[in-house]
Structures are given as C-alpha cells and as structure tokens.
Design a protein around this ligand. Structure first.
Ligand SMILES: [Zn+2]
Length: 310
C-alpha cells in the first residue's frame, strides 16, 4: 500500500501529530537537537517502512515554508520571490489556481543556479536535495548504503547552513528513513510512487460528469468506483499502453544519481557454454542488450494481449 500521501500515512502509522515523523515518532524538536541520524530515537516503529515514500508529494513539500511568526516580513519576501520567479523564469509559484483546485507549484525547475539566486537558498543544499528527489523517484534500484551516506552528508549540510530553521517532517523522513524504506522494499521505490493514483483524479472528474448516474450522490460515487475498478483491470489498462509510454515525458538521470545506482550482480553460474551460444550473432548484439531485451519483452506482451482481444 504505497499509493498514499502523508495524511494517510499518519493515520496508518498512528502518528499523534502531523508535525512529527510518522515512521519513528520523533518530534520536530528532536529533528533539530539530535544530529546523529543513526540515533535510537530515530529507530523506525515496527511495520512502518512498507508504505513507500510518496515521492510525488515529497517533490512538492520539500522546500515548503511554514512559519506563523513575522507574518508581514514573510509576506513581503514571498511577493518578491513570486515576482522574480515570474519575471526571470516565467513560473507562477504558490498562487491559487483560477479553477479553485489547489495552487500552482511547478516542480519543473531546471535551472538550479537561477532558482538559488531568486530564493537565496544555498546551491549546494539544493543540488543535494535534487539528487535525493531524483533518486527516490527513478525506477532503478539504488544502492541504499551509498544513498544513506549521501543523506547523512545532506543532513550535515542542512545543520551547518540552516540550524535556525526547523526541519520539516518530510525532509526528516527522507533524510533519515528513505534508505531504510529502500532496503525494506522488493522493487525500486520509484516504481511504488503515488503518481499512478494521483493521475486518476482527472479521470474521476470526467467520469462523475459523463459516466455516472446523477440521481443521488451515492449512486454517482458507486458508478465512478465501478468504472475505476473496470478500467484498472490489467487487460483493459494495457490497451494503448504503447502510446501512453511514448507520450510519457522522459527525463535524463543526473550523473550524480547514476553513481548511487546499484549495479546488477553477475550470476555465478554464468559459464562459457551459455555465453558462447550467442557468439555467432555477436555483431548484432550491443552492450546494452539487457535494456533492449526488456523493451522487446514488453512489446511482445502487448502483441499477445491484442491477439487475445481479437
Ligand atoms: Zn523519523
């Protein structure tokens, strides 16, 4: 059960406050006072590591500022930053949307230098945060020991530069617990992201209007639910999968992240006999044939499904 957000996680793990860590139960005060991330205070509570990291929400929450004090100074500074973002990068930041659904917080911020100059946040810390965010979202297996070391370095950087600003529960959860979650997870945690369930929201809106009874609220919701059940059937949801994959925005994995990736282990029983079998067609084989085989496989799978449908 990983297609969830922070609120659901708090309920599942019985966290007593939204400000404290849902995994170890530590309080915001402890986030800052205990600098040793391996401290027993941050020991995860039993069975709290199986809910993934909700990477999509982490991207939005990572630099969120919450401070009721000095309201006017903050308001002024916020307006200044918003103005600069719009003028220099053409981005609307944290403004209510015209349709009333949430606010704009664009995560497609590519130019870190410009971002750092506008927000005045330390660029090294931003780089570290960016690498961590990409690592928890990418669908490759990360070496959790290397990643944990990187998180510890990042926490040190944070404590050195911003010891006056209380760390949010999200940043604490990622820096302290994401390597533990990786270790406890069977597949790369990027594959368990809640993007899939979030992407359904726009369909629910359409379905409520165009594909559900409107004679009562409960009928309306029952129809939307049934339609979601039908369309999530593996056979139905694989229709047009190729087109959807093609339309998916593909981003390059930063070099620093590839250094944190786990290298696939070479099986011990790989003997000469099994490799020489391919010697004849060696010229056709490129070094990245693993990836080629994977995409071929998914292609073949789809052909089968289409035949079944016919
Ligand atoms: Zn914690």
């Amino acid at each position: 059960m990983t297609l969830i957000d922070g609120k659901v996680l708090n309920i599942l793990t019985g966290a007593n406050s939204t400000q404290s860590c849902p995994i170890c139960g530590a309080s915001p005060k402890q986030f800052m006072s205990i600098r040793d991330l391996k401290s027993p205070v941050f020991e995860p509570k039993p069975s709290t590591l199986k809910y993934g990291v909700s990477p999509l929400h982490v991207w939005i929450r990572f630099l969120e500022v919450r401070s009721p004090e000095e309201k006017n100074t903050i308001k002024q500074r916020k307006q200044e930053i918003q103005k600069n973002f719009w003028e220099k990068m053409g981005l609307h930041i944290n403004k209510p949307k015209s349709n009333g659904c949430g606010s704009t917080n664009d995560e497609n911020i590519a130019n870190l230098e410009l971002f750092a100059s506008i927000t005045n946040i330390d660029i090294d810390l931003l780089r570290h945060f960016h690498i961590i965010l990409v690592s928890i979202s990418c669908e490759f297996r990360i070496n959790f020991k290397k990643f944990n070391d990187f998180c510890i370095d990042t926490a040190d950087l944070y404590f050195n530069k911003y010891d006056w600003y209380p760390m949010s529960a999200t940043v604490h959860k990622i820096l302290v617990h994401s390597a533990q979650i990786m270790e406890a997870s069977l597949v790369p945690i990027g594959c368990l992201g809640e993007n899939a369930s979030e992407a359904r929201n726009k369909f629910f809106k359409k379905d409520r209007i165009a594909h559900a009874r409107k004679n009562s609220r409960s009928n309306n919701i029952v129809d939307v639910f049934n339609r979601a059940m039908d369309s999530s059937d593996p056979l139905l949801s694989s229709i047009c999968l190729n087109n959807r994959t093609k339309n998916k925005l593909i981003r390059r994995v930063p070099h620093k992240v590839t250094e944190l990736l786990e290298l696939p282990a070479v099986p011990d029983n790989l003997d000469v006999a099994s490799t020489s079998r391919h010697e004849d067609d060696d010229e056709n084989c490129s070094s990245d044939d693993d990836i080629g085989m994977l995409s071929e496989y998914s292609f073949e799978l789809e052909v089968d499904i289409e035949q079944d449908l016919e």
